[in-house]
Design a protein around this ligand. Structure first.
Ligand SMILES: [Zn+2]
Length: 85
C-alpha cells in the first residue's frame, strides 16, 4: 500500500480517467437558448490518474503512476514535481 500524497489515505490503486476531449463552441442564441456547436475532438487523449479517496489528479502518465504504486515516488518527490508544473 502507498499513501496518497494529497490526502494521506492508504491506497492500493488509482482511478484512471481516459478519453478524448471534444471541443464545442458554446453560445446563447437570440431566443435565450444555449447552443453547442461541435468543432472537433482533440488528438491528445485525456489520461488522468486520480486518488480513489480524494479524487485529486495525481499523475498524467502511466509510467509515473506505476512507479507511485510500486512505492518508488515519495510524497516529497510528488510535491516537488507538482510545484514545477
Ligand atoms: Zn487522496
Amino acid at each position: 500500500m502507498v499513501k496518497c500524497p494529497n490526502c494521506g489515505a492508504e491506497i492500493d490503486h488509482l482511478i484512471n480517467w481516459s478519453g478524448v476531449e471534444e471541443k464545442f463552441i458554446f453560445r446563447v442564441n437570440k431566443n435565450g437558448n444555449v447552443e453547442y456547436e461541435y468543432v472537433d475532438s482533440s488528438s491528445k487523449t485525456k489520461n488522468d490518474y486520480c486518488c480513489p479517496e480524494c479524487g485529486e489528479v495525481l499523475f498524467f502518465d502511466e509510467e509515473l503512476a506505476t512507479k507511485f504504486l510500486k512505492g518508488e515516488i515519495s510524497a516529497e518527490m510528488w510535491r516537488f514535481h507538482r510545484g514545477k508544473e
